[in-house]
Design a protein around this ligand. Structure first.
Ligand SMILES: Cc1cc2nc3c(=O)[nH]c(=O)nc-3n(C[C@H](O)[C@H](O)[C@H](O)COP(=O)(O)OP(=O)(O)OC[C@H]3O[C@@H](n4cnc5c(N)ncnc54)[C@H](O)[C@@H]3O)c2cc1C
Length: 392
């Protein structure tokens, strides 16, 4: 087995791992990023698309935001639709001018990969059999195979940025982590369609047939979702049926949803999940490796970026001064934001989805809550503050 050496070994080249690598590069900290998928796969995995202003600012400040600034679409509000009417929540007006930016996660990842490769720094795709060892020692090690060769990468610290299904979290000895979770009895059927968005802002639809969301990725690409069963069979959803259902749920008098070729179709389950603490020895978890939110609040990608901002600061401080104060505080500092986002995402999800079983009392509560949010300045401001991202 060959032995290599780096300062911070990063497992996973999703938004968390790539952003962390970039932030550490700017601070002169050496990293190796390991990814078990191909570059093409990672760059085309359709996922999130809403950046809080703070996330967008971080990417710009890190020198990877030029295209984001050119192509990202700034939104200053969202719409809530229920009882056949739309109501605008003016996010910026309610939050002292803050905004969200529509820019696909695929594009964030492409920009970060391009910058990493331009810097000539190690980013290894299609590595196999990744495992992490000696986590509570001063020399934690990542083992993997690449082009048939076995490698032991000896690190000072390991960042587990390998998503919900990665290897880092399960490598922490049992009894160390507490986990908290909730499964929702529904999922989202999402499509990417080659058609200009029919609405200027995101529209969250509460409907008796189920939730729908009208979103976008660019002026030419619509991203649209339908509430479905968590194990919905896509074979039963030919394109015509998807469009008919979207028209039924989102249609309004005098307004129709423009249709176009469907480029991608998939089903995503809805889950809330958190582990505490987000650290064991010299392994630090970040992003989906440590927590999952249902997508309704658009928080997953933003939480991943917020985690690694703190992790980069803590690691940099440790290398500069030898102080472990920020590293020790990393988990607690992240978890404050994580739990706020968990609550907000659960709240949005519970308010907007048709609850299986169809209890009429629940339905009346949802409609009352929606009516309150769109008529009370305080309630709307609370939604807006959470949606654009809290300063924590
Ligand atoms: C299908 C889907 C749709 C989503 N849609 C939305 C949305 O609309 N809005 C929203 O806000 N959020 C959404 N999310 C959530 C959001 O995309 C995530 O929160 C975000 O990707 C988290 O980034 P991450 O870097 O922590 O994890 P990931 O993006 O999961 O990255 C982890 C990386 O680690 C790699 N990896 C895994 N195991 C290993 C291993 N053993 N060795 C090496 N590498 C490994 C993976 O291939 C991946 O590249 C969605 C998530 C999914 C799964």
């Amino acid at each position: 087995m060959r032995t290599d050496r780096t300062q911070v070994g990063i497992v996973g080249a999703g938004p968390a791992g790539l952003t962390l690598a970039r932030l550490l590069e700017l601070e002169g900290v050496e990293t190796v990023v390991l990814e078990d998928r191909s570059r093409d796969y990672v760059e085309h995995r359709i996922r999130a698309g809403v950046l809080e202003q703070r996330s967008a600012d971080l990417l710009v400040d890190a020198g990877v935001g030029a295209r984001l600034q050119r192509e990202g679409i700034v939104h200053r509000g969202i719409e809530l639709q229920f009882d056949g009417e739309r109501h605008r929540i003016p996010l910026s007006e309610l939050t002292g001018g803050r905004t969200i930016v529509i820019y696909g996660q695929t594009e964030v990842v492409k920009d970060l990969i391009a910058a990493r490769l331009e810097s000539g720094l190690p980013l290894l795709f299609e590595v196999e059999d990744v495992s992490v060892h000696e986590l509570d020692s001063a020399r934690p090690t990542i083992r993997f195979r690449r082009d048939g060769a076995e490698v032991a990468l000896v690190c000072d610290m390991i960042a587990g940025c390998d998503g919900f299904h990665g290897v880092c979290r399960p490598s922490i000895p049992s009894g160390v982590l507490s986990s908290f979770s909730r499964e929702y009895p529904f999922g989202w059927l999402g499509i990417l369609a080659e058609v200009a968005p029919s609405s200027d802002e995101l529209v969250y639809v509460h409907h008796e047939r189920g939730f729908a969301l009208l979103s976008l990725r660019s002026p030419q690409l619509s991203r649209l979702y339908l509430q479905c069963a968590p194990d919905e069979n896509l074979d039963e959803w030919p394109d015509d049926r998807v469009w008919a259902e979207l028209q039924q749920r989102a249609g309004m008098e005098g307004w129709t949803l423009a249709e176009g070729p469907i480029l991608e179709k998939g089903v995503t389950g809805m889950r809330s999940f958190v582990v505490e603490p987000m650290q064991y020895g010299r392994l630090f978890l970040a992003g989906d490796a440590a927590h999952i939110v249902p997508a309704t609040g658009a928080k997953g990608l933003n939480l991943a970026i917020a985690d690694v901002r703190l992790l980069a600061e803590a690691l940099t401080s440790w290398y500069r001064t030898g102080s472990e104060t920020l590293l020790d505080a990393y988990s607690a500092n992240c978890l404050r934001r994580v739990w706020r986002a968990e609550h907000f995402s659960w709240w949005m999800t519970s308010m907007l989805h048709r609850l299986p079983g169809g209890d009429p009392f629940d339905l009346k509560l949802q409609l009352s809550q929606l009516r309150y949010v769109v008529t009370s300045h305080v309630a709307a401001a609370s939604l807006a503050e959470n949606y654009v991202g809290l300063e924590l």
